[in-house]
Design a binder for this molecule. Structure first.
Ligand code: ADP
Length: 481
């Protein structure tokens, strides 16, 4: 099969979050499965500045309302895939991907609708025999829309099936209605069943309505987003598409996050030889200014945002310190949470240590050195930190939501609690401490966690199975099938 990914972020070229890792992560395993893989992304300033090797591949005009914009396409490479970069310097030669200090760029509707139409021109001009267009998040959500509407009669595109993946439902690409014209969208689509959303255009909604299939980054989150609580206003559309919606967990970079190879930790270890973990724990206590202790050490590595439930931790700490356990917290974000955490560290210096900031090395040190990792998230589409922790034998204590519920099995590969409240979190921590007091039982859970397969190969196999279903001829099953 020929699979074409369209994404506004692809690691290592440009990334602002998890989205960028996905295309970079699954391209090579998909190629190993025998598929031809290509990817398209905008040529941002940072890609140009990095002097990524590429060659001119095509050139054409795209109409954006009254303006005609010249687009150049360059062909480069990444492991397992060819990559096309869409050059349109008026739109993409900028410092940020989506915005700058003043907020989102006001012409994002034009930038990404042009990008989607450029993707289709690449397919037709270069005669790429594409079977699947895999579009990611709102920036490429118009691809399924164009393919089923304005471009539906183009024979060069007719066989293409589309998969749309939601990485973050909270960002939907909402724009004033006058951008319909700029994006070359027919006004007939501006209705509540298709692109319209409370008077605005909603790019993501278009993707959800017109894609042949939809995925999100965990099976549980695929269910949750059909509810009012997690649907961000699109729960109705998602419920309508429930039969075509499923979840595939992200993988992790098992080269970067590997306790046997990690250069950022003081001593390496593996499931077969855990001696190095004690050294990592002792180092982490010193590094965070915590005294030696016979009690377990809980780590936290997180953005400080409402999503992550760190306010629950703040409220639970007064009781949690009563257990003798220690807490090593690394986080950045919300001011109020930063202050509350720092105050807790001052109040209980022998048990709570806090570092504010974004620090990759310390993230590795905590992941390796702690006994357990806390993730009391209110919602979590997939979550990566819990998977890293498991691979380092650091048992995650997580709330039962989204990808956390799908990747952590209670008492088998970590600990799971239900309630998004300080009491719920305290219960989870107490259960983990109880298990920790039984070393053989704890060691068995650690071994099971360290053996989990969180490679991108696993995700790629699941995507490949879905692509196969999409291109399989529709209709009644063949006799004997
Ligand atoms: P999200 O993308 O919602 O922040 P994930 O768990 O999917 O959550 O991914 C977060 C990633 O960012 C993890 O790799 C985690 O280690 C890292 N991270 C988060 N906060 C920090 C921080 N303050 N310092 C270093 N790394 C961090």
């Amino acid at each position: 099969m020929f699979i074409l990914h369209a994404s506004s972020e692809i690691a290592p070229f440009a990334k602002t979050g998890g989205l960028g890792d996905v295309v970079g992560g699954i391209a090579r395993p998909l190629a190993k499965l025998g598929h031809r893989v290509a990817a398209v992304m905008p040529l941002y300033r940072r890609v140009r500045d990095a002097r990524v090797p590429m060659k001119a591949a095509a050139e054409f005009d795209v109409k954006c309302g009254e303006a005609t914009r010249r687009v150049k396409v360059h062909r480069g490479e990444m492991p397992g895939a060819e990559v096309f970069f869409v050059e349109q310097n008026d739109l993409f030669d900028r410092e940020g991907l989506y915005g700058g200090g003043l907020g989102d760029y006001p012409d994002n509707a034009e930038r990404f609708s042009l990008f989607c139409r450029a993707v289709l021109r690449i397919v037709t001009d270069l005669r790429l025999p594409v079977d699947i267009v895999h579009a990611h998040d709102w920036q490429t959500a118009l691809l399924p829309v164009y393919l089923r509407t304005s471009h539906a009669a183009d024979p060069a595109l007719a066989r293409i099936r589309t998969l749309f993946t939601i990485h973050n439902l909270a960002y939907q690409g909402l724009f004033p209605s006058h951008f319909m014209h700029v994006a070359a969208l027919d006004w007939s689509l501006f209705n509540w069943k298709q692109l319209e959303f409370w008077g605005s255009i909603n790019f993501m909604k278009g993707g959800l309505v017109f894609a042949d299939r939809i995925t999100t980054v965990s099976p549980r989150y695929a269910q949750e987003i059909q509810s009012r609580e997690h649907g961000c206003g699109l729960e109705g559309v998602l419920k309508d598409r429930a039969a075509d919606l499923s979840g595939i967990l992200n993988g992790v970079d098992t080269e970067e996050w590997n306790p046997g190879k990690d250069k950022l930790i003081p001593q390496r270890f593996s499931a077969g030889d855990m001696r190095g973990k004690a050294a990592c724990r002792a180092h982490l206590r010193r590094r965070m200014g915590l005294p030696e202790s016979p009690a377990p050490l809980f780590g936290v590595v997180t953005r400080l945002a409402a999503q992550k439930g760190i306010d629950l931790l703040v409220d639970a700490l007064a009781e949690l310190v009563g257990t003798e356990a220690q807490f090593a917290v690394l986080g950045s974000g919300d001011d109020g949470l930063q202050r509350a955490l720092v105050a807790a560290a001052q109040r209980w210096p022998r048990q709570v240590a806090v570092q504010i900031g974004f620090d990759d090395r310390l993230a590795h040190e905590i992941t390796a050195g702690a006994d357990a990792l806390l993730m009391p998230s209110r919602w979590e589409p997939c979550g990566l930190s819990q998977m890293y922790a498991q691979l380092y034998g650091t048992l995650p204590v997580v709330r039962r939501t989204g990808g956390l519920a799908d990747s952590v099995e209670d008492r088998a590969t970590g600990f799971v609690f239900d309630e998004a409240s300080p009491a719920g979190l305290i219960l989870g921590v107490r259960r983990a401490i109880e298990a920790w007091r039984n070393p053989p039982a704890w060691a068995a859970i650690v071994q099971a966690a360290m053996k989990l397969d969180w490679s991108w190969d696993r995700s790629a196999r699941e995507y490949a199975a879905l692509y196969a279903k999409l291109v399989a001829p529709a209709g009644p099953e063949a006799p004997g099938a």
